[in-house]
Design a protein around this ligand. Structure first.
Ligand code: NAI
Ligand code: MG
Length: 394
């Protein structure tokens, strides 16, 4: 039976890279119908809603989404760019991808960071004798709690009186007693035991399935005693069910340092929303950066797959396009894995690895060039040429 995939290119380079991933999947023999889903800045401006109800309904029906990237802009720009007839009606911009994650409870975010052999952007470090360099093989998979924590959206500038009063029941609020409410901003970090359990269990299950020997909880329970504390407490309980897998804990700040000392030590990493966001970008930097960073957002029913990069507005007008489609293509592979098409996903990953190892075709980022229309003169390939090279290897 042919699959139906909701394709949501979004904004900027999302519109460029998503069709490239579909081209590769077609070439690998994956047959599907792709139904377009509206999402992103254009729909905020024209409808006052970056995530139209019709897109939510498509995902309710078809369950699987492939997403490019969206553009988010600060409050003032969001208000200014709204159609004049929609302005002043109390419309509030909210990131549609965060909205999607919350609407469908896509609480499990998986971000694999695995280096490709021959990628000139791979992390290297000086060897212990100081005379040469090591290139550790990075093979870490970040499990980011995707719906709660600091990104849950429970925040205020000028908190209402009852919120303020509730906060003041905490002794530590004494330090802010003199701050007037209009001069106060609050972002909360709320985690639930259930949310912690689900992400930790998903991390351990993944470690077991793919043979990782350790799961690291990357939090800060010494300071964030309640929220990080709950994550760590639940991890210790769940870890007992996985006797062959070591449970480690690192503080987020220390982990950022360990990253460039011994990244090869870490297998599966699990963290709250914000910390997961940070650590996954940091790990992505070791394997080539945003052009290589892919992700899955999984709920019990719906799943959405996306590169972790944004819409890169500064490159969206360049024609031909210079951006690297590999992050999007690897995200499509995660989608194929999810729907049981692992063989095709493996074929695409192998073809991509072969192109990278050969080193003849490289996008501007792989050549460490500053992005711009002149990168082709300096040896960079176009987005489409990278896709063509991968398809040729298939
Ligand atoms: P960005 O990810 O768009 O760009 C960061 C840097 O990485 C830029 O220098 C960009 O050129 C480069 N880059 C990104 N994707 C690349 C690719 N495929 N190949 C080569 N280079 C690539 O993040 P930035 O600039 O912070 O944000 C731009 C817009 O994207 C903002 O409106 C932001 O809100 C949005 N954004 C959306 C995300 C999403 O849709 N999930 C995630 C991150 C940002
Ligand atoms: Mg991020």
């Amino acid at each position: 039976m042919k699959r139906t995939i909701v394709a949501m290119p979004g904004d900027g380079i999302g519109k460029t890279v998503l069709p490239e991933a579909i081209r590769v999947m077609n070439a690998a023999g994956f047959e599907a119908d792709y139904i377009h889903g509206d999402i992103g800045w254009d729909f905020w401006c024209s409808e006052g809603n970056a995530l139209p109800q019709r897109t939510i309904e498509l995902l309710e029906k078809y369950k699987i989404g492939l997403f490019g990237a969206i553009t988010s802009k600060p409050k003032e720009a969001a208000d200014r760019e709204l159609l004049p007839e929609l302005q002043g009606k109390g419309k509030v911009y909210f990131s549609p991808i965060v909205g999607l994650r919350q609407h469908f409870n896509l609480d499990i975010c998986i971000r694999p960071c695995q280096s490709f052999i021959g990628n000139p952007l791979n992390f290297i470090r000086r060897s212990s004798d100081g005379k040469s360099f090591d290139e550790p093989k990075v093979n870490s998979v970040i499990f980011r709690q995707n719906t709660e924590g600091l990104y849950a959206g429970v925040e205020w500038t000028n908190p209402p009186a009852d919120v303020r009063a509730a906060m003041e029941t905490h002794p530590k609020m004494k330090a802010f007693k003199h701050v007037l409410s209009p001069d106060m901003a609050i972002s909360t970090r709320i985690v639930s035991r259930e949310g912690c359990r689900r992400i930790i269990r998903a991390a351990f299950e993944y470690a077991r399935k793919f043979g990782y020997s350790n799961v690291t909880v990357c939090e800060k329970p010494n300071v964030l005693r309640e929220t990080s504390g709950m994550m760590w407490a639940e991890a210790k309980i769940i870890a007992k069910e996985y006797p062959g897998i070591s449970l480690w804990d690192t503080n987020i700040d220390a982990q950022m340092m360990w990253l460039t000392k011994n990244p090869e030590t870490y297998g599966v990493i699990v963290a709250e929303n914000m910390f997961g966001d940070i650590i996954s970008d940091a790990f992505a930097g070791l394997i080539g950066g945003l052009g290589f960073a892919c992700s899955a957002n999984l709920g019990d029913e719906v799943a959405v797959f996306e590169p972790t990069h944004g819409s890169a507005p500064k490159y969206q007008e360049l024609s031909p396009s210079i951006v690297n489609p590999i992050a999007m293509i690897m995200s499509a592979c995660m989608m194929l894995d999810h729907i049981g098409e692992t063989e095709k996903a493996d074929k695409i990953r192998a073809a991509t690895a072969a192109v990278i190892a050969e080193g003849k075709v490289r996008t501007y980022d792989m050549l460490k060039l500053k992005g711009g229309p002149d990168v082709f003169d300096k040896g960079a390939c176009t987005t489409q040429e990278m896709t063509d090279a991968i398809i040729a290897k298939l």
